[in-house]
Design a protein. Structure first.
Length: 410
């Protein structure tokens, strides 16, 4: 365990990072490596459970090598990567439409172990850590946070890395009606259970999915359901936009589990979490407060991938902070320029593609929809692996799909 040496905690820092997930730990690590005095604080003691599908894409692995010097091989050897399936399956409703071997691996981790691993990296880099203490309020004027134990800790900058329900975002920025936010209509809810392999009944659908990455479309609107493999259990989940689904997510999840052949009582173990699927802050920096990761809305609005964007936004923020401290340059300009270049532009393209997939394609008969999904599934895989960007996806479809103009321009 990382110990809380509260008596040794300093009260003045260059940066205070709130939230020790992938975004917060990456920011703390990079800032500490650059000699910037930082405090990383989290309400939980680690290791702790975190709802997440636990998928690492190739582009995330590549970023981890850049930031931490960790590779697929080293992460596997250290037990962080738990499982690497070599097959993927796509279903439309209950029909299996794609069953193929992957050209680029997807890697699965447990967030409890992954986040704890990153937290220890932070400690090794020299950043101070305060666990088991909640941030209750912030005082932007005095550059301070106030904790649940009455501490008032000062920092030149406060970094909010505390997730979709960020208290830093709520306290320092306007309410969810702020026009800079893309809208609560883009808020999704995800539910997930961990199903032990020894609880799978033979001959069920779920019994055939233990060694592949499986995605299911049309059990929920503007989202998808999944079965992700792991070492001793399967992660089974569902997620979609609240505004697009009239039925409760629990009833939709129950139908999905029934199709899989999972005993109904497992839904009682389901854990849920909000996911920002497009409602990012176009300006997640205000005075001495800066947001990263889910707190800033840095999540892929089509795939729901958040780990990559957590690391990437933290990298961009840390670089901007270091350059700002060194050159006395505008932190706002440096950070926003990088965010819009590397993350927000991709999110905007992803929102367009999501609209194409879930709305525009309704004018095509379902047999053609399935046909095109089969034909262009490799584009989705290239996208997730980081080989291409969302703008590349649009360019490919324009060149390769004769129905592109018919569908998208209507």
């Amino acid at each position: 365990m990382v110990k809380n040496n509260n008596s040794n905690i300093n009260v003045n820092y260059d940066t205070i990072i709130v939230g020790a997930g992938p975004a917060g730990s990456t920011a703390a690590y990079l800032l500490a490596k650059s000699g910037i005095k930082s405090l990383l604080i989290d309400k939980s003691n680690f290791p702790r459970y975190k709802l997440c599908g636990g998928l690492l894409s190739n582009k995330t692995i590549n970023l981890l090598e850049i930031i931490y010097g960790e590779t697929e091989k080293s992460l596997t050897k250290k037990g962080i990567i738990k499982y690497t399936p070599h097959y993927y399956k796509f279903f439309y409703k209950t029909k299996l439409i794609i069953d193929k071997e992957t050209k680029d691996n997807l890697f699965f981790i447990n967030r409890e172990d992954y986040d704890y691993f990153l937290l220890n990296k932070v400690r090794e880099a020299g950043s101070e850590i305060l666990l088991g203490e909640t941030v209750e309020d912030i005082d932007p004027n005095s550059h301070a946070i106030i904790t649940s134990k009455g501490k008032k800790i000062h920092g030149k900058l406060i970094i909010g890395a505390d997730g979709a329900n960020s208290i830093i975002r709520r306290k320092a920025f306007s309410s969810e009606t702020d026009p800079s936010i893309k809208g609560i209509k883009n808020l999704a809810i995800a539910l997930q259970i961990d199903l032990p392999l020894n609880q799978i009944r033979k001959g069920t659908v779920i019994d055939s999915l233990t060694n592949s990455t499986s995605l299911f479309f049309d059990f929920i609107r503007y989202g998808y359901s999944w079965v992700f493999p792991n070492k001793t259990f399967l992660k089974i989940g569902i997620g979609g936009l609240q505004s697009k689904n009239k039925s409760s997510i629990f009833s939709l999840f129950s139908k999905f589990l029934s199709f899989l052949g999972v005993d109904s009582f497992f839904i009682n173990d389901a854990k849920g979490a909000p996911v920002p699927l497009g409602n990012y802050l176009s300006k997640p920096i205000k005075d001495s407060v800066i947001l990263i990761g889910d707190a800033a809305g840095c999540v892929d609005p089509l795939t729901g991938e958040g780990i990559y964007y957590a690391h990437k936004s933290a990298e961009l923020a840390a670089r901007a902070i270091c350059n700002s401290f060194r050159d006395n340059a505008s932190l706002e300009y440096l950070y926003l320029n990088e965010l819009h270049k590397y993350i927000f532009s991709e999110i905007d393209w992803a929102l367009k593609l999501r609209d194409l997939i879930f709305e525009k394609t309704k004018i095509i008969p379902i047999n053609y929809t399935i046909k095109y999904l089969k034909k262009y599934d490799y584009i989705l895989l290239d996208l997730v692996s980081g080989k291409i960007s969302y703008s590349d996806v649009f360019n490919r479809l324009k060149m390769e799909s004769p129905l592109w103009k018919t569908v998208f321009m209507r």
